[in-house]
Design a protein around this ligand. Structure first.
Ligand SMILES: [Zn+2]
Length: 80
């Protein structure tokens, strides 16, 4: 499941992967792979990945960025 806000991202992140779609006549068969965004996270200790649709990409990346900033801030406050 995709996160709706920064609090819902626990050890998760957004990754770009290159994939083959499986269509026999597609350009990806010749090595021009498609790019797809996935959200990786751990659910009960198991790594899961969720495909991010184009329409969701900006929202999810924004949330992931926000979550990372919060993590960095809390690590800094731990040091101090
Ligand atoms: Zn393809």
């Amino acid at each position: 499941m995709l996160p709706k806000n920064a609090a819902e991202i626990s050890n998760g992140d957004v990754y770009l992967q290159q994939i083959r779609c499986g269509k026999p006549n597609c350009k990806c068969v010749r090595g021009e792979l498609h790019t797809a965004y996935y959200f990786f996270t751990r659910v009960n200790g198991k790594l899961t990945k969720t495909y991010i649709r184009k329409s969701q990409r900006l929202a999810i990346m924004g949330i992931a960025f926000e979550a990372k900033e919060e993590k960095t801030l809390s690590e800094i406050s731990k040091i101090n």
